[in-house]
Design a protein around this ligand. Structure first.
Ligand code: GDP
Length: 154
């Protein structure tokens, strides 16, 4: 690989990591008919959907996705919840995607979430909180790759 190509490749990786985040519309929001409302909030806030699928996590998927929480007392409940019905998984693109999307979804507990945020509007409890948003560029890349192959990302 020539030096120039290497530089372009590295630049693309940097751009990918800072401009993209990963989200899931969780089973509670799907059950309650909020897919359309949530996607409207996301696109109205300037996020471009670069990958999306309607799917359901297996128990093993959820245990792996949330492995960082495996010692927490709510881990079993979290896995049970995330596997009980379909979800919408998506990769979103925007400048400052991770931080801006965390602001759009609001605090983990909807009782603490700011007015107008997705969790304030659509979540019912700290566990059943309607949406996931990656908490770092590194996790956005890992979580996106967990759900999508390269040819499913546009
Ligand atoms: P997030 O980054 O805002 O999603 O929050 P965390 O990374 O702390 O937690 C991951 C997910 O675990 C949350 O979005 C909730 O679905 C769930 N969760 C967090 N805290 C609790 C809790 O106290 N009880 C239950 N049942 N679930 C929780």
């Amino acid at each position: 690989m020539s030096c120039g190509i290497k530089r372009i490749f590295a630049q693309n990786l940097i751009e990918m990591s800072t401009n993209r985040t990963f989200t899931m519309i969780k089973p509670d929001a799907v059950e309650n008919g909020h897919i359309g409302g949530i996607l409207d909030k996301i696109t109205s806030a300037g996020f471009k959907i670069v990958a999306m699928k309607y799917t359901q996590l297996s128990k093993r998927d959820a245990q792996e996705f949330y492995a960082i929480h495996k010692e927490r007392p709510f881990f079993g409940e979290l896995v049970e919840f995330m596997t009980r019905g379909p979800i919408v998984a998506a990769i979103l693109e925007k400048d400052n995607a991770v931080e801006d999307f965390r602001a759009l979804i609001g605090a983990t507990n909807p009782a603490d979430a700011a007015e107008g945020t997705i969790r304030k509007m659509y979540a019912t409890s700290i566990g059943e909180n309607a949406v996931h948003g990656s908490d770092s560029d590194e996790n956005a890349a890992i979580e996106g790759a967990f759900h999508f192959s390269g040819r499913e990302i546009f």
